[in-house]
Design a protein around this ligand. Structure first.
Ligand SMILES: [Zn+2]
Length: 303
């Protein structure tokens, strides 16, 4: 693979070794749509409109920064390769009634279990064999979720893992869970429900558990993260806006923090840290994306 011959000074659209053209701001067409689709799969909120405008440019740059590539806003071979690498595997579609699995089990249901565990940040091989590592991951997951820690994967564990078609009365993401709060979206008041995520911070019930799972997975990787800011009331956002103004603070009513769907993470330390590299490799598994330029600490729930 000769990828080094293409530089940002190459002609506007040249073919790269990945088979995708080099794209820059102003480009249009189906390959831009492919680029936008891949950016979306990485958690960046861009429209798939086939037009490489300012939002796509900002997303490409943010992705390049997060991936340790040179931040030139040009989608060349390295950026294409990074966008394709580690793309989230499509979610498995388990049958409505998953079998109860125990240590020693083998087969496709075990593969589904292992894929779901991986989606939650546990490092197990997807080999279809329920061995010691899978058992340890199941127990760790059950402990983290307050389930009985028996290592046996029954309906409650399947449901907590997010297997589709499995429901459980203990599901913590139902709309009736959490605490009622006032949210704001595009300047409009909306009712939301929030749940504690530790440290006296709250997030929307839609993402609170995923966020706690992400912090637990980071901790298992030896990275200690904390929560600097989660859900904010209108008064809190007004105070921040008064203090910092735009763009450092969003206009009151327009911050994702007011929906409890954005979180500022402490302990990251910058873009060039082990903690940031871990987050950029793993946050999308939990539905989070670092999609505000120059704010390495700010993650938005994009699922
Ligand atoms: Zn923030």
């Amino acid at each position: 693979m000769a990828v080094s011959g293409v530089s940002s000074s190459s002609q506007r659209v040249s073919s790269s070794s990945s088979g995708m053209p080099v794209l820059r701001s102003g480009a249009r067409g189906s390959s831009v749509k492919t680029l936008q689709t891949l950016l979306r799969s990485k958690g960046y909120s861009v429209a798939v409109d086939g037009s490489f405008g300012p939002k796509t440019l900002a997303a490409v740059k943010a992705f390049q920064r997060a991936s340790g590539l040179s931040v030139d806003g040009v989608a060349g071979p390295k950026t294409w390769a990074a966008l394709r690498a580690g793309a989230p595997s499509p979610a498995p579609a388990p049958a409505a009634n998953m079998p109860t699995l125990r240590s020693g089990a083998k087969g496709s249901a075990v593969k589904t279990l292992q894929t779901l565990l991986r989606n939650k940040g546990y490092s197990v091989a997807v080999d279809g064999s329920f061995g010691a590592k899978t058992l340890a991951a199941v127990k760790s997951f059950q402990r983290a979720r307050g389930l009985s820690v028996d290592g046996s994967v029954g309906p409650k564990t399947w449901a907590a893992l997010g297997a589709s078609g499995v429901s459980s009365s203990s599901s913590s993401s139902s709309s009736s869970s959490g605490i009622a709060a006032t949210g704001y979206r595009r300047g409009q008041r909306v009712s939301i429900r929030i749940a504690p995520v530790g440290g006296g911070r709250y997030l929307n019930v839609r993402c609170a558990q995923a966020y706690k799972d992400m912090l637990a997975a980071a901790r298992r990787a030896g990275i200690n993260l904390s929560t600097t800011s989660g859900y904010r009331t209108h008064a809190q956002q007004q105070a921040l806006y008064k203090k910092y103004g735009s763009p450092r603070a969003a206009k009151p009513g327009y911050s994702n923090h007011q929906m409890g769907l954005a979180v500022d993470i402490g302990g990251v330390g910058g873009y060039n840290t082990r903690a940031y590299r871990w987050l950029s490799a793993n946050a999308s598994k939990f539905g989070f994306a670092n999609n505000v330029p120059n704010e390495y600490w700010h993650f938005t729930y994009v699922r």
